[in-house]
Every structure is written in structure tokens, then in C-alpha cells.
Design a protein around this ligand. Structure first.
Ligand code: URP
Ligand code: ZN
Ligand code: ZN
Length: 746
């Protein structure tokens, strides 16, 4: 029997006339206190009491304690000032054993040999006892690594028995197996198909990685493998619009690489990621693109696409953008308004890049934060002795994000370029995206799992590790209402697609900034848990229905990035990237059981409904009842074509309709001031006596009337009536008569 941490399943009533019944969250409340991480395949009701292990009860209690530990002070919202940071003894500083069976080395060190070694490790892990005390040599090394940089006094005991990740070896994917044989025929039977615009009870038949039939009473060839989906939702696999696997960043590499990252994505129901090729300042964009392809192609377990960063500007960059869009399958470019001195572009370069995107039919993306303000504020905070992770949020508060979001929208709109704001992290930034859309701007907003699922209060956590683990840019917001607010906007259409900004660093990597928050590598996890977090916070909360869930986790991304309906839809001809979703099963998110390489999970302890029972990637069952079967290199690069109709469809018509109109009028035939290029003095000095003469002797208009266009004002300060002595009785009184007002608009 396969193992997973599905705790309870309650088949949904899908029989009733095609209508979906209300979510019957089987005993959710009582279940919360009865969770265990060991998978069982028995009747939930009869097994509940048996599964109330002491470990699981402790897990729930610890979650409660964790919440209690987080200070409730929110900048600007409360009266209690935060206490100075102290090194804490928090249990939740990190999750012991979180490195068990995780990639124990950085991607840069990962050779073919090490991949093999890891595969062996994983294989043997499945055979090992379930005892948490059995730690392999690799695990022990990782544990030592963590311990070496741990805060004194961190409690390391943990009694939750971790789920053992069962996954196949990371061997290269052999494309020869796609030979049209029975193993490439698959029927998903008895489920409810959910697209962004409809639900239907239907079977789905797949051949050679493509959906061939959708409906009932299908004619299916013999020998076809059947996935039983009764009581399950059959949805397009998730598309994570924003990841950074093995990103070289802030002196280190993101620890989840294209193998562990995409494997984790699949485990959570995401069948495609969109990563970023980010050149260093001055580096060729095309070379960066090829570097990323070389990293990703042999490792990816699911399909992927790339956005490319425009991290500097020159005519060569403009040329390369053309090559990337026309020849290399790129239709989106990310510009940074933050990370001063590395990737940040000034307004002039931003405008150039937006103009170029528009010419090429590409989508401009922005990381919207004011990098200059952040630099300034960071210096000040550090000089005040605020060196901990709370300084990260303080140095880049909401308005710094909102200002840049507004500026990006204005600049893009001025050149008529569609804009996609990545990682919308705050209420005020989301409000701007929403308001601009209402004003008719073509702008899309992407909240990420992190800001939908948790908040920035963690930056004030007593444990440095815990606080630093949440550091990302823009930061999570301390306003605890933020996740709810962003989810509401996502549900009602003000925000459109979701990513994760998955960019993970271990505790020891985060510790590069132990004495200076500006040096903490920015990034958090999310690629594995995005679907569950959005289901829990969006659907279970009643904010969105399953169709909207599909829209924001998959279809809208496919549309915006021009890969729809190949991706993002269950329909004949679409790629068979499918998740068979169990809406009633629950699990508790934990770094101990997740598939990511990182040793921390920002959603630690969160109970979520919605589990990917089966995940089908290109027609292959890669998750079967929670068990992962992936191979590195299984995924493919997906080119994203330019001039997406869902993005640029409106642009041409709009440009034509809103084209500036010239006013036809008789040319001006009066005198023209001569500029004296020699003088740097006031403009007034440049006006010649002749001109002044003209000024006073302007004739009547063509119709012979008084020339009202003649002004009595002169830039020299001289007035037409200067020669007339002022009447002594007239006194000009400034509304604010104080001398300090002189020079103001008054
Ligand atoms: O914290 C983050 N977001 N790290 C990755 C780089 C970026 O800005 O997306
Ligand atoms: Zn960013
Ligand atoms: Zn990012």
C-alpha cells in the first residue's frame, strides 16, 4: 500500500444532476485535533480515534503555540512597540529532520554522480524504518550543518513521524517510451471535469500525452490504464507563473533546483512552472537564456517556460529581446525596480524596455518596489542597530511597493505596453492594479502563495531563523488582513494569476545575513503548496468556486502567456497535464514531509483540504495516490509565442482608437523669441529689444478685433503698465502674508 499523508477522504456527492454539492468537509473540526502524518487507507470515521497519535496531537498544539509566539504588534496598527530582537529558544525556529531525504547539496555541486547518489539515497529511504531517529550520513551532515548555525537553546526534539517520500530514481527520461503502446493510454474515469468556465461529469481519455476524448460512454481501446476519479475533481494541472529554481542570488544558489523543485511542484498538483533567466548587469540575455536551458532541460520533471530579465539597458539588449521573442520562445520580460546597483532599472530604461516589449509583442513584467528608497531606509535602520529580519520589512513598507506599482502602470500605459505585476504582496499595490484596470489599463496582477497564505508578522518572531526564513522581496506584509484581501481580489477578478516566487534558501544560507538583514538571501517556498493553499483559502473559505480556482491556478496563466488551450484546459487536443483533486482530503503542511530541498516551510503546520491524489503529466501518471514517480528530464521547454491575443488583442484597436489627433489650425505667424545660447542667465535676458518692441505693438487680430492673446505679463518681469505709477491706495496682500510663504505657489 502506498503511503501519503492524506488523512481522511469523504467522497463528494457528484451524482446529483451534474451539480456540485456543497463541500462536505468531513469532520474537519474534530479532525484537526486528530491528525497524523502516517497515511491510512481505511474508513476515516472508524479510524479516527486510532489515528489520534500523541505526536499528531502535539503537532496541533505546537501550531497553536507557534501562533501564540508571534507578537501581535503590527506597525501602524497597534500600540505596543516591538521588543528588540533576542535570540530565541523557539521550537519553531526550524523544523528538525526537515533535511531528511532532501537534496543535501547546492545545485551547482550536483553532478551526474551526485544525482545518482541522491537517487540511491531516496530508494533506500523508502526501505528504511519509519523511525525518525534513523538518520543517514547525509542527513546527519545536514543536521550538523543546521545545528552549527542554530540559535543556542533551540529545542530539537520532535516526535512527529515523517512521511517517507517515495519517488523513483532521478534517471534521465527516455523519450523512446512514447511509442503509442498501451502504457501511453490512460482513462480518467468517473470524475468531474472542471475548466475555468464549466464543470461536467465526464471521462477523459488520453493517448501519447494528449487528451483525445472528453465525455461519457467513450470508446476506449483495450489495455488502457484506468484512473478511478469518482468523487474527485479532474482539473488542468497547475501552472506556477513565478519560480526561481537554483537561482544564483545574493552570493549563493537557491537550494531547490530544477529537479527537486519540479518534483515538488508535481507532488502538489502543479504540472508546469515558469522560471526566470536573469542575466547579470552587462551580461548577454541570450547567453543567460541558454544557461538556464542547460540547467533546466536535463532536470525538469514537468514542463517549463522562461521569462527573461532585462537587468540593464543598451541597444544590444533591445536586439537580444528580438532574438528571444522571434527565435527562442520568450514572450515576457521582467524588469526590476528594486535591487539597486544590481538589477534595478531607472525610469528611462524602464520606458525603453516597455517600448521594446510593445514592439515585439511581449509582456512586460515588473518587480515593483522603489529600490532607491529601500537603499536609503536600509542604511538608516542598520545605523540604528536594527539588523534583524524585521528591518527587511521596515526598509520596504507597503507604500514603497505601491509607489513603484503605480509608476510602472503609468509608464507602461504611456507607451501602450501591457504590464504584468509579479508578486503583488500588499493591499495597496493590489488596489493600484485593480484601479488601473478599471481605468482601462492592460495590467495583470499576480499574488503568490506566500502572501495569500501567511503574513509578515513572522518578521517579528523571536527566533531569528524563523523570521529570516520569511524574508523575501517585496516582503510579506505585517497587516494580518492582507491574505484575505488579496484572496478577495483574486476571487473577483481584480488579480488574475498566481505564482509562488519559489526561491528557497536553507537556514545556513539565510544566515549569510545574520548580522545584516540586507544580506539575508531573499526568497521563500511555495511551489509544492500553492494549489492546496489557494484551495483552502479560496475555495474552502467560499470566496471562489472550483472554476475560478482553475482560472487562477492554471487557465489565466496559460492565456496570459499564450499557451492556451495547449495548457490550462481539459479539452480534446490539450496536453494531458491533469490533476485529480480530492477536495475533502486534508493534510498538514510541513518541511518534514514536503518534497522540496529546503529545510523550512512558511506554511508549517497549516491544515489544508485539497490533495492531488493523481497527477498526470504529459499523459504519464507521476503521482499515484500520493506516491511520486518522476524522472529528471521528463519535462520539456514550452515556447511562449509573442503577440498573445489575450494580451495584445486589444492593443492594436486601442492604439488606433486612441491615436493622438492633431488640431488643424493656421500656423502662428507672430514673432518668435531668439534663444541666446551664450548666456546661462535668466530667459528674460535673452529677449531682444526688438522683440520687446513687438511685444508692445502687437496689431489687431485678422478680423480687426482687439488682440486678446497679447498678455500683460512678460517673462522679464516687466509689465505692460510698468510706466504707470501705482496708485498708493492699492496694496497686494498675499493670502498668507508671512515672509516664509514667498516662493511658494502663492
Ligand atoms: O525574494 C524574492 N522575490 N526573491 C527572488 C527574486 C525576485 O525578486 O523575484
Ligand atoms: Zn521579484
Ligand atoms: Zn521572483
Amino acid at each position: 500500500m502506498s503511503r501519503r499523508n492524506v488523512l481522511a477522504t469523504a467522497p463528494r456527492n457528484l451524482e446529483s444532476g451534474g451539480r456540485i454539492s456543497s463541500l462536505a468537509h468531513f469532520g474537519a473540526a474534530s479532525l484537526a485535533s486528530a491528525l497524523t502524518l502516517a497515511r491510512t487507507h481505511v474508513n476515516p470515521a472508524s479510524s479516527l480515534s486510532r489515528r489520534m497519535s500523541s505526536g499528531s496531537r502535539r503537532a496541533t498544539r505546537h501550531q497553536q503555540e507557534k501562533d501564540d509566539e508571534v507578537p501581535q504588534w503590527i506597525p501602524g496598527l497597534g500600540s505596543d512597540k516591538p521588543k528588540p530582537r533576542t535570540l530565541g529558544t523557539s521550537f519553531f525556529g526550524y523544523v528538525p529532520d526537515a533535511f531528511v531525504e532532501k537534496t543535501p547539496y547546492l545545485p551547482s555541486e550536483r553532478t551526474a554522480d551526485s544525482a545518482k547518489k541522491q537517487a540511491e539515497l531516496e530508494k533506500s529511504a523508502g526501505q528504511r524504518s519509519e523511525s525518525a531517529s534513523e538518520i543517514s550520513e547525509q542527513d546527519a551532515t545536514s543536521q550538523r550543518d543546521m545545528d552549527a548555525s542554530s540559535d543556542e537553546g533551540v529545542v530539537t526534539e520532535e516526535v512527529i513521524v515523517p512521511r517517507r517520500v517515495m519517488s523513483s530514481a532521478a534517471e534521465p527520461w527516455n523519450t523512446d517510451v512514447l511509442d503509442g503502446s498501451a502504457q501511453n493510454r490512460l482513462l480518467i474515469k468517473g470524475g468531474r471535469v472542471v475548466n475555468d468556465d464549466m464543470m461536467q461529469d465526464a471521462d477523459v481519455y488520453i493517448e501519447d500525452g494528449v487528451i483525445k476524448q472528453v465525455g461519457q460512454n467513450l470508446h476506449i481501446p483495450g489495455g488502457t490504464k484506468v484512473v478511478e476519479a469518482k468523487g474527485r475533481l479532474v482539473m488542468p494541472g497547475g501552472i506556477d507563473t513565478h519560480t526561481h529554481m537554483q537561482l544564483p542570488f545574493m552570493g549563493t544558489f537557491a537550494v531547490d533546483d530544477f529537479y527537486t523543485g519540479t518534483r515538488a511542484a508535481l507532488a502538489g498538483g502543479t504540472t508546469m512552472i515558469m522560471d526566470f533567466a536573469l542575466p547579470q548587469r552587462g551580461e548577454s540575455l541570450v547567453e543567460a537564456y541558454h544557461r538556464w536551458r542547460a540547467w533546466a532541460d536535463p532536470k525538469v520533471c514537468c514542463d517549463y517556460a522562461l521569462h527573461v530579465g532585462v537587468t540593464w539597458w543598451s541597444p544590444k539588449v533591445a536586439e537580444e529581446m528580438q532574438e528571444l521573442t522571434e527565435d527562442l520562445g520568450i514572450n515576457s520580460f521582467k524588469m526590476f525596480m528594486a535591487y539597486k546597483d544590481t538589477w534595478q532599472l531607472g525610469d528611462g530604461d524602464l520606458l525603453e524596455s516597455f517600448k521594446r516589449c510593445k514592439e515585439l509583442g511581449a509582456l512586460a513584467q515588473v518587480h515593483a518596489e522603489n529600490g532607491d528608497a529601500i537603499k536609503e531606509k536600509s542604511k538608516k535602520l542598520l545605523s540604528m542597530g536594527i539588523t534583524g529580519p524585521e528591518g527587511h520589512e521596515m526598509s520596504r513598507p507597503e507604500e514603497v511597493e505601491a509607489e513603484a506599482t503605480n509608476r510602472a502602470c503609468v509608464l507602461a500605459n504611456q507607451v501602450g505596453c501591457p504590464l504584468y505585476v509579479v508578486h503583488v504582496m500588499s493591499k495597496s499595490a493590489a488596489d493600484i492594479v485593480s484601479a488601473k484596470r478599471k481605468q482601462g489599463h492592460i495590467v495583470f496582477g499576480e499574488p503568490i502563495a506566500a502572501c495569500l497564505g501567511t503574513s509578515g508578522k513572522h518578521y517579528w518572531h523571536q527566533c531569528w531563523r524563523h523570521a529570516a526564513a520569511h524574508v523575501m522581496g517585496p516582503p510579506l506584509r505585517p497587516d494580518p488582513d492582507t491574505p484575505r484581501y488579496l484572496m478577495d481580489l483574486l476571487a473577483n477578478g481584480d488579480l488574475q494569476a498566481t505564482g509562488t516566487d519559489n526561491c528557497t534558501f536553507t537556514a545556513s544560507q539565510k544566515a549569510l545575513g545574520k548580522d545584516d538583514f540586507t544580506k539575508i538571501p531573499n526568497g521563500v517556498n511555495g511551489v509544492e503548496d500553492r494549489m492546496s493553499v489557494i484551495w483552502e483559502k479560496g475555495v474552502v473559505s467560499g470566496k471562489m468556486d472550483p472554476c475560478r480556482f482553475v482560472a487562477v491556478t492554471s487557465t489565466n496563466a496559460a492565456k496570459i502567456f499564450n499557451i492556451y488551450p495547449k495548457k490550462g484546459r481539459i479539452a480534446v487536443g490539450s496536453d494531458a497535464d491533469i490533476v485529480v483533486w480530492n477536495p475533502n482530503a486534508t493534510r498538514i503542511i510541513s518541511a518534514k514531509t514536503h518534497h522540496q530541498a529546503v529545510d523550512f516551510n512558511i506554511f508549517e503546520g497549516m491544515e489544508v483540504h485539497g490533495i492531488a491524489d493523481y497527477v498526470i503529466c504529459h499523459g504519464r501518471v507521476v503521482v499515484e495516490e500520493g506516491e511520486l514517480r518522476v524522472q529528471s528530464g521528463m519535462g520539456k521547454f514550452v515556447p511562449t509565442p509573442a503577440f498573445c491575443p489575450h494580451v495584445y488583442g486589444r492593443v492594436q484597436d486601442r492604439d488606433r482608437a486612441n491615436a493622438p489627433q492633431k488640431v488643424e489650425r493656421a500656423p502662428y505667424d507672430g514673432p518668435v523669441a531668439q534663444l541666446n545660447s551664450q548666456s546661462h542667465g535668466p530667459v528674460a535676458e535673452h529677449i531682444t529689444a526688438v522683440q520687446q518692441e513687438n511685444f508692445y505693438t502687437r496689431g489687431p487680430t485678422r478680423s480687426g478685433g482687439v488682440n486678446l492673446h497679447d498678455s500683460s505679463f512678460h517673462v522679464s518681469g516687466r509689465q505692460k503698465d510698468d510706466d504707470i505709477l501705482p496708485r498708493p491706495s492699492i496694496k497686494l496682500v498675499s493670502p498668507h502674508s508671512a515672509r516664509s510663504q514667498l516662493g511658494s505657489f502663492w
